[in-house]
Ligand binder design. Structure first.
Ligand code: 13P
Length: 250
């Protein structure tokens, strides 16, 4: 049984004051009992501050990136242990914005993923194709290559310790989401890659999320799909009311 995971990726948004207000509002809006695992990934500057407030509302904390070394002369970087120290349980790795804007390579993604698993923070590995790649019929080939390079040398003893987010780049922040059927097809493909690498038991407990213009109007379509176990949400996770509604709909 894979418990649905609804993760918010705030990207580079909000001040500490706004984040606090979000956490308080969300707490008041959420149902008392929910079978959904909730996670919010704010910028580094808000992690420590938000940890307690989110925990009170039953929401876990995640970061948006990390560096693969534990400590040392790496100006500007943040390690997995430092994230755990702020209260993080999860970390997003290899988001397409980091790959495309910052120039993060598959090799760097692999090192980050390995460091996260070694230290015990759960990575949310982001993968997905561009519109050109999809139009050229290359989507599965691209996703397969990204998975292969990211997971190289990574031993996984429990599927619960890894989350994969399928985020087609053309669907991110565009308002144009993938269809439930297309997202399911790719999620099934991703799960098969995991079966090949880790066997059916472990692959069956890895959560595969869909990300890209998820909102209240379309979350149900994704959650009806067999291999989609939740969502990684950008824009719609910035508003407490819409995040709470999405959780309710799940
Ligand atoms: P949007 O939900 O704003 O399209 O962003 C998706 C995303 O990039 C989540 O990581």
């Amino acid at each position: 049984m894979r418990i649905p995971l609804i993760a918010g990726n705030w990207k580079m948004n909000k001040t500490i004051g706004e984040a606090r207000a979000f956490a308080r509002e969300l707490h008041s809006l959420l149902p008392d009992h929910t079978a959904v695992q909730m996670l919010v990934c704010p910028p580094f500057t808000m992690l420590y501050e938000l940890h307690g407030l989110l925990a009170e509302a039953g929401i876990q904390l995640g970061a948006q990136d990390l560096f693969w070394e534990d400590n040392g002369p790496y100006t500007g970087e943040i390690s997995a242990a430092m994230l755990i120290d702020t209260g993080c349980s999860h970390v997003i790795i290899g988001h397409s914005e980091r790959r495309q804007v910052i120039g993060e390579t598959d090799a760097a993604v692999n090192k980050k993923l390995t460091a996260a698993c070694r230290v015990g923070i759960i990575p949310i590995l982001c993968i997905g194709e561009t519109l050109e790649e999809r139009k050229a019929g290359q989507a599965e080939k691209i996703v397969s290559k990204q998975m292969d390079l990211a997971l190289q040398g990574l031993a996984l003893e429990q599927g619960e310790k890894l989350v994969i987010a399928y985020e087609p780049i053309w669907a991110i922040g565009t308002g144009i989401n993938a269809s439930g059927q297309d997202a399911q097809q790719m999620s099934r493909f991703i799960r098969q890659l995991l079966v090949n690498k880790y066997g059916p038991a472990i692959a069956g407990s890895v959560r595969v999320l869909y990300g890209g213009s998820v909102k209240e109007d379309n979350i149900e379509e994704f959650m009806q799909q067999e291999d989609i176990d939740g969502a990684l949400i950008g824009g719609a996770s910035l508003n407490a009311a819409s995040y709470a509604n999405i959780v309710r709909l799940v």
